[in-house]
Ligand binder design. Structure first.
Ligand code: NDP
Length: 279
């Protein structure tokens, strides 16, 4: 079987074209505050790529560096100050956080109207209740990528591998809202292959290179790879062993070039939406 590649580049370009127009129409450039409290090279790379994306789209982006030993109190104080600052439309808290600081403990300091990556307990609760709010961009990107490639979700069995608050759990909520039947797997799942190989769509969001191989995937299944893992040559690889899945799956999203560009595009769209709603 030929395995189609579910690229996210075309979809990201279409979203970005619309975002750029909306940002220009906003008058004053929409402003994103990126709060960083780590010295992690992968995070620095991602923050840099977000800043470049923002610049290309006419979005102002401030990086606020609190240092890798910032306390939960300092991070909360910064997020509260930016939440109260009328010049800031959108706030993102970059992970990883300093040792001992729990995302859920600090993210509640981001006001929901500026929480463009939907990480605060309030935003996640709104999503779980089916109420409007910002949705974590990576989860939304998975659903939008499937829609773009005309892959229906209604009534289909989707296995999600990963249950984090910023990817797996919100994704499960979005899939349920799209009428899929969802199984969420995690590191304590007893027999991962038995579950994923019974699903029509598999989403890998575990952060483990090569976790899913051919034996995890049913013939003709659709596979979305959210994972971004550093490869020995300095590039990035997903959670899916593409070589062993190719020829078996009907379609697979590439890493890089699949979920990643759509995630960034949706984040930037959220920034402009936040600006439009606050003015
Ligand atoms: P986390 O580390 O927070 O969560 C990973 C999840 O995977 C956990 O629920 C964990 O289970 C589960 N898991 C780990 N190992 C296994 C295993 N062997 N079998 C089954 N489940 C396992 O990661 P994130 O959710 O933040 O991110 C997941 C991946 O997505 C990462 O690679 C990250 O880089 C990538 N990512 C990509 C983005 C993009 O735009 N493309 C954006 C954001 C993230 P447990 O809960 O039991 O520990």
């Amino acid at each position: 079987m030929d395995t189609a590649s579910l690229s996210g580049k075309e979809l990201a370009a279409a979203i970005n074209a619309d975002t750029k127009q909306r940002a220009a129409a906003a008058g004053t450039a929409p402003r994103l505050a990126l709060v960083v409290a780590n010295d992690d090279p992968a995070s620095a790379w991602y923050v840099n790529s977000l800043r470049k994306a923002a610049e290309r789209l006419g979005i102002a982006c401030d990086r606020i560096d609190l240092g890798a030993d910032a306390s939960a109190e300092q991070i909360r104080a910064e997020l509260s100050a930016r939440s109260a600052d009328a010049a800031v439309d959108a706030i993102m808290l970059q992970t990883p956080l300093p040792a001992g600081v729990v995302l859920d403990d600090v993210s509640s300091a981001i006001v929901a109207t500026k929480d463009v990556d939907g990480v605060s307990p309030l935003s996640l609760g709104l999503l779980a209740s089916g109420l409007p709010g910002f949705v974590p961009a990576t989860s939304e990107a998975v659903v939008e990528l499937l829609k773009h490639h005309e892959i229906p979700l209604r009534g289909r069995h989707v296995a999600v591998v990963g249950r984090s608050n910023i990817v797996g759990k919100p994704l499960a909520q979005l899939l349920l809202a799209a009428d899929a039947t969802v199984t969420v797997c995690h590191s304590r799942t007893a027999d991962l292959a038995a579950i994923t190989s019974g699903a029509e769509i598999v989403v890998a969001a575990a952060g483990r290179a090569g976790l899913l191989t051919g034996k995890h995937i049913a013939d003709g299944a659709i596979v979305i790879d959210v994972g971004t893992n550093e490869s020995p040559d300095g590039g990035i690889v997903g959670d899916v062993d593409a070589a062993s899945v190719t020829g078996r799956a009907a379609a697979l999203s590439p890493v890089p070039g699949g979920v990643g560009p759509v995630t960034t595009a949706l984040l930037m769209r959220h920034v402009v939406t936040a600006a439009e709603q606050s003015r």
